[in-house]
Design a protein around this ligand. Structure first.
Ligand code: S3P
Length: 448
């Protein structure tokens, strides 16, 4: 993928108030799933609002390599002609997953129950991320895996040999991961019988909603405080018309920027507010943030609103670890907000952050320290002593934040930079294109 070329350093200078209206791009999780399920339905699926980031394009390229037709119309609608569940073709070359863990894990699920062999490769960040969490359940369903010689083990590059027919399993998730849940459910689509996933802690439910929307036989029960999700396999999916709501994880950068830059007043349109994703909004409100929902509505079967965000005096809190799955991607930017709050913010239960695109606890601790924040790294989280609204010093001289190919580190430290005294330089803004291609333009527009 293109961002692995030359690093693009960028200095984010201090900016005055953010003012104006933006519209955030489509939700990354929903965009991936729209392409995958569209590519498995028989007939034509049409998608508007698709996120055209590199991660989603990696999913599209993989589904094309396995037989689907995926095209963008001049009106920016995406038209997908699927092959049907069970009819994926053998890809001729390795599937390049770029930086995208979601593409990799969900597609590993899909191909596990098809009689095809597929090799997955990725960039330096993705090649360090654990795949054992999907290899374990998918092996139990009958798929097998071989690591490429020289690879470390349960990491990319790896080759998957699918099982047809696969064996249905009942699997209790050992980590709160929507990617693992989704991989098993997608494998279950082409598996005879009923595949069951038990979630002790609920994670984002886009796969369940969309599989049902496409006509899969999927049902969810509560048992002993756990979510039990069942899917009956050998389904026929029916093509859909999908309008992808805006990504709350992308909106989060502008929500925090609006809250911490004095005088700001911004309207962020089209923010998806699925309860399994909206943790950041609740936490920022608990910290005293003014975030008002305007025009609450439904888009593509998901709750959506426009958010009016005004500069607020934030105060530190102990973040309830129970909210972690509903804001797992938003902690880097929450750490930035907490760095400017009054008092101490304590975040725990964040083990999963260490296996994202980078180790987001260590990398954010280093980045915020460099920018003059008072942060302490703990094994499962971070403790932050805020400045009570005073801007962070920022980084003077040649030093740069090391982003480790992690888009969310780059965008979080961009927000820290505009709210600092001297600005913040990040070593590479290239990875921002994986999830938020127009981030720089929207930031420039609001701070002009
Ligand atoms: C995602 C799930 C999350 C999240 C990722 C997208 C998804 O990962 O971090 O950005 O679309 O299912 P985990 O499920 O591994 O926590």
């Amino acid at each position: 993928m293109s961002h692995s070329s030359q690093p693009r350093p960028h200095r984010f200078s201090p900016k005055g108030p953010l003012a104006g209206t933006i519209r955030v791009p489509g939700d990354k999780s929903i965009s991936h799933r729209s392409i995958m399920l569209g590519a498995l339905a028989v007939g034509e699926t049409r998608v508007t609002g698709l996120l055209e980031g590199e991660d989603v394009m990696a999913t599209a390229a993989a589904m094309r390599a396995m037989g689907a037709t995926i095209e963008k119309t001049p009106e920016s609608e995406w038209v997908i002609n699927g092959v049907g569940v069970g009819a994926l073709l053998q890809p001729e070359t390795a599937l390049d997953m770029g930086n995208s863990g979601t593409s990799t894990r969900l597609l590993m699920g899909l191909v596990a129950s098809h009689g095809i062999t597929a090799t997955f490769v990725g960039d330096a960040s993705l090649s360090k991320r654990p795949m054992g969490r999907v290899i374990d359940p998918l092996s139990a369903m009958g798929a097998s895996y071989t690591a490429t010689p020289g690879a470390k083990g349960q990491t990319l590059p790896l080759t998957s040999v699918g099982a047809q027919p696969a064996v249905p399993i009942t699997y209790r998730l050992p980590v709160a991961s929507a990617q693992v849940k989704s991989a098993i459910l997608l494998a279950g689509l082409n598996t005879p019988g009923i595949t069951t996933v038990i979630e002790p802690v609920p994670t984002r439910d886009h796969s369940e909603r969309m599989l049902k929307g496409f006509g899969a036989d999927l049902w969810v029960e509560e048992a002993n405080g756990e979510r039990v999700i069942r899917i009956r396999g050998e389904a026929e999916l029916k093509p859909q018309i999908i309008d992808v709501p805006g990504d709350p994880s992308s909106a989060a950068f502008f929500i925090v920027a609006g809250l911490i830059v004095p005088g700001s007043d911004v309207l962020i349109r089209n923010v998806g507010l699925n309860p399994t994703r909206a943790g950041i909004i609740h936490v920022l409100r608990q910290m005293g943030g003014s975030i008002e929902e305007v025009d609450a509505r439904e888009v593509g079967g998901e709750p959506v609103a426009d958010l009016r965000v005004r500069h607020s005096a934030l105060h530190g809190i102990d973040v309830d670890p129970a909210v972690v799955p509903s804001m797992v991607d938003e902690f880097p930017v929450l750490f930035v907000a907490a760095s400017l709050a009054r008092g101490r913010t304590v975040c725990t239960g964040l083990e999963e952050l260490r296996v994202k695109e980078s180790d987001r606890i260590t990398v954010m601790r280093q980045a915020l320290e460099l920018a003059g924040a008072h942060v302490t790294e703990i094994e499962d989280g971070m403790i932050i002593e805020g400045t009570a609204g005073a801007p962070l010093p920022g980084i003077s001289g040649e030093a740069q934040v090391a982003t480790h190919l992690d888009h969310r580190i780059a965008m979080s430290m961009a927000v820290a930079g505009i709210a600092s005294q001297h600005g913040v330089t990040v070593d590479d803004i290239g990875p921002i294109a994986t999830s938020f291609p127009n981030f720089m333009d929207l930031l420039a527009g609001l701070t002009a």
